[in-house]
Design a protein around this ligand. Structure first.
Ligand SMILES: [Zn+2]
Length: 400
């Protein structure tokens, strides 16, 4: 009885404290602009650090959570990631009712980590190809006892920002130099949308783009909706000084946080070790839904490459989108967004989530993804026959 009482008191103690803790974080206002505001941190279990029931935010390779008396810069990243990743989790448990997410053990979130991921060693050597301006979600690992490397669970990593002068790429305009710097950049950006964004700037400006772009500004808009939205609305997190310098503080961008957690939430069927157009497009789709903003939805309707109202040259399906250099996650994102609108906004997130249960890691857009939507429609659509006809029409119009 005494023990019971004591633990009850501790429980009460914790919940009282956690209900009161507010911190400054980057959020979006009604107009979708980024601003810093005090928010309440949900599900905290610590009274002096960013550790909660579902997430622990740490600095770099640390194991202990970032503390409430750490530097303001670090705390802004900790509070922003903590607040938004809890919001993303809540979407998956409450809206699409994911049992898998409900049962996920506590996830460690690392900010300001520059190390490359290593499947055996967890972190690659500090000096090996340090990473900036991006984020990724890494699979759990067994560790390696002889070297004292402990097992770890799924983790979300955010890299520090670092200014990159676009000139550094353009200096090497001809052939090998440019190609190599692009490859290096792609390796650093993980998120395919960022890759296509930066690639479009560079290729567009140098005129070696092989007909990808007519007008630079247009191409910027078309290259990635998510990035365009970030560009237009987050002076805090992403700065493009006259678009000559590029830097991105991924831990301060709510949509990137949603995107990364979506990878974790879908990892029962889509492995974290592979980045494909389908799983990146799905992560963007759920990021867009978690953001739950009318303003964002309007931008996506206007600018998605699939059938955006403001997009001059809408894209038809091409085999080259499936993988490799021309893999196109924006196309998949636009496709999913339109499938959602076709089956009905009241069931769409459920529909897309149900569909992921019949997908596997290396599925193709043309056969597997399309078939999965038709299959899911049989079970979930309000009028399965009519809605499938609508989906067929949508796909036909895109050269599938
Ligand atoms: Zn991703």
């Amino acid at each position: 009885m005494k023990i019971l009482l004591a633990s009850l008191l501790i429980l009460l103690h914790c919940s009282v404290y956690s209900a009161e803790i507010k911190k400054r974080a980057v959020i979006r206002d009604e107009n979708y602009n980024a601003k810093i505001e005090e928010v309440e941190l949900p599900n905290l279990t610590s009274i002096d650090s960013y550790e909660g029931k579902y997430f622990k935010i740490v600095n770099g390779k640390d194991n202990k959570a970032i503390r409430f008396d750490d530097s303001e810069d670090l705390q802004l990243k900790a509070a922003t990631t903590y607040y938004h990743i809890n919001k993303a989790r809540k979407f998956f448990t409450d809206v699409v009712k994911s049992k898998y997410v409900q049962d996920l053990p506590q996830i460690t979130v690392r900010v300001d980590l520059i190390n490359v991921f290593n499947e055996v060693g967890h972190f690659a050597n500090d000096n090996l190809d340090p990473q900036f301006n991006n984020a990724l979600t890494v699979p759990a690992g067994n560790g390696y006892e002889p070297k004292g490397i402990k097992p770890w669970g799924i983790e979300v990593w955010f890299r520090p920002s670092k200014e990159i002068n676009i000139k550094d790429f353009k200096g090497a305009v001809d052939g090998v130099g440019l190609k190599q710097s692009l490859v290096n950049f792609r390796n650093q950006t993980h998120m395919a949308n960022l890759q296509s964004f930066i690639t479009s700037i560079l290729l567009g400006n140098t005129g070696t783009g092989g007909g990808i772009s007519n007008s630079n500004d247009m191409r910027l808009v078309e290259s990635s909706i998510m990035i365009e939205v970030i560009y237009q609305s987050s002076d805090i997190a992403a700065e493009f000084f006259s678009r000559k310098i590029y830097r991105l503080d991924a831990a301060l961008v709510p949509e990137i946080i949603y995107h990364e957690f979506s990878h974790a939430a879908l990892s029962d069927h889509l492995e974290l070790s592979h980045s494909t157009p389908v799983n990146e497009g799905l992560a963007d789709y759920f990021a867009g839904k978690i953001a739950n903003s009318r303003k964002l939805a309007m931008k996506i309707n206007d600018y998605n490459l699939f059938n955006g109202k403001q997009v001059r040259k809408k894209q038809q399906y091409q085999m080259a989108f499936e993988r490799g250099e021309y893999a196109n996650t924006d196309f998949v994102f636009g496709l999913l967004w339109n499938v959602g609108a076709t089956v009905g906004t009241d069931i769409e997130t459920n529909f897309v989530y149900r569909m992921t249960s019949i997908l596997t890691t290396n599925v193709s857009i043309r056969d597997d993804l399309i078939n999965a939507t038709l299959q899911t429609c049989k079970d979930v659509c309000k009028s399965p026959l009519n809605d499938r006809i609508k989906l067929y029409k949508l796909y036909n119009s895109k050269n599938f």
